[in-house]
Design a protein around this ligand. Structure first.
Ligand code: ATP
Ligand code: MG
Length: 430
């Protein structure tokens, strides 16, 4: 036998059973988005490489070493999207969605980064993201934080995540701060690890984000950008803090919080958890007021966040009930019954469009069919045997509670099922 082919390292299959949690998160998110007036945008997975180079920044981890870039048959350089913002801005510009308009948008889908695969870090991973265009004030920064806070509450993980915020100020302030920081770090070169030495020339702010424990003292003592903020950015930040206070959202100002992408300015934030080990950032976002212009549009204020589905789903544990499990399993005993079972099932589906009904397939003894029914996770077995057929009836056995089997006229089956399954929950937090 030839060797079977395995998936690419860091690109995961999401198997039945696991998908319940994904669907749960996606459906709650989608409902919340509509509740806040955000519209979905669907974007290509492949874009021109140039788009990411120009937006994310040449000297970021992503562009330097994480992108899946290839030449297509025409010799064009294309890249599997490593994140959603660049494509979203590109699409908005291309279709004229930004001029004199406010856009509140959301997207979901796979992203690709050639990173070292480990728990919570994969090469194909999935994000849910939000981008807002055309809003200058801190109210919109707060709105995106409020809606993520609501998402955690609805998913039942509010106690597991906390919010960290910071301001990166204006680009002028960041440029000046960069010099201050490089000066400081140059005086402590012996304490820098290899990664940080490399970043010293290219992207020194990212050194603040280092997770290396040996560098934490150095980082904590570094001069803070927060102390050099320009007046407009300071007011913006205060406006955000006041709104979060008013809404009762707890947060920590983390002056070392910088983001891995170049395009951020002013507000940046992360929702982090201690429950997932080293990969603790579940959701990250911030303002990118310069990006639209950088990609050839008119200056347009913008901000957004992206949350990592894999990390979020890992936080849910077993809190979700599988909403795909069948509620009823139809068993047929005898050839005529087997023939009729599919007809009966179609009638039930006509009458009860939300019913999750699995019809036994493949024959076998009554006993083996009942075993399958039990294994399917369904609560009820509907039994169509020769006797039932002759009488126009169906037997119903509760597979989860020990009680008498009932025999019902087929005409009463719909109302019986509707009543007995109505109390059942779909996927919800327990
Ligand atoms: P990290 O510091 O963890 O590398 P990042 O700054 O590269 O994160 P962003 O680009 O801001 O991450 O992406 C937003 C979110 O997407 C992250 O907070 C995380 O939840 C998720 N994410 C990013 N990269 C990966 C990955 N390789 N595998 C799984 N999830 C990821
Ligand atoms: Mg990263």
């Amino acid at each position: 036998m030839s060797k079977s082919i395995q998936a690419i390292r860091g690109m995961n299959d999401i198997l039945p059973g696991e998908t319940a949690r994904w669907q749960f998160v996606e459906s709650v998110f989608q409902r919340l988005m509509a509740g806040y007036g955000y519209r979905e945008i669907r974007l290509p997975i492949v874009e021109k490489t140039e788009l990411f180079k120009r937006s994310i920044g040449e000297v970021t981890d992503i562009v330097e070493k994480e992108m899946y870039t290839f030449e297509d048959r025409n010799g064009d350089s294309l890249t599997l999207r490593p994140e959603g913002t660049a494509g979203c801005v590109r699409a908005c510009l291309q279709h004229g969605l930004l001029h004199n308009q406010i856009q509140r948008l959301w997207y979901k889908g796979p992203m690709f980064r050639h990173e070292r695969p480990q728990k919570g870090r994969y090469r194909q991973f999935h994000q849910l993201g939000v981008e807002v265009f055309g809003c200058t004030g801190p109210d919109i920064d707060a709105e995106t934080i409020l809606l993520t806070a609501r998402l955690w509450r609805e998913l039942g993980i509010a106690a597991d995540v906390r919010l960290e915020i910071n301001s990166l100020g204006s680009s002028e302030v960041r440029r000046a701060y960069r010099d201050t920081l490089v000066n400081y770090l140059n005086q402590h070169l012996e304490q820098l690890d290899a990664d940080s030495l490399r970043r010293l020339d290219t992207n020194p702010l990212r050194i603040l984000d280092s997770k290396n424990p040996d560098m934490q003292t150095l980082i904590e003592a570094a001069p803070k950008l927060m102390e050099q903020l320009d007046e407009a950015s300071r007011q913006h930040f205060e406006g955000l803090c006041r709104r979060l206070d008013e809404a009762g959202i707890a947060y920590r100002v983390n002056p070392c919080l910088v983001r891995g992408l170049d395009y951020y300015s002013r507000t940046v934030y992360e929702w982090v958890t201690d429950k997932l080990g080293a990969q603790g950032t579940v959701c990250a976002g911030g303002r990118f007021d310069v990006l639209v212009e950088q990609l050839g549009g008119r200056a347009t204020p913008a901000l957004g966040f992206a949350l990592g589905m894999e990390r979020l789903v890992a936080l849910l544990d077993d809190k979700v009930v599988d909403s795909e499990l069948p509620q009823a399993y139809l068993v047929a005993n005898g050839e005529a019954a087997e023939f009729m079972s599919q007809v009966l099932a179609e009638q039930l589906r006509d009458e009860l469009p939300t019913l999750r009904l699995l019809v036994h397939s493949g024959g076998g003894s009554f006993k083996s069919q009942m075993k399958r029914a039990d294994k399917s996770g369904a609560r009820l077995a509907l039994i169509l045997g020769e006797d039932e057929m002759a009488q126009g009836r169906v037997s119903i056995k509760d597979l989860r509670v020990d009680c008498e089997q009932v025999l019902l006229p087929q005409t009463e089956l719909v109302s019986y099922l509707a009543a007995s399954l109505s109390g059942e929950r779909n996927a919800t937090v327990e």
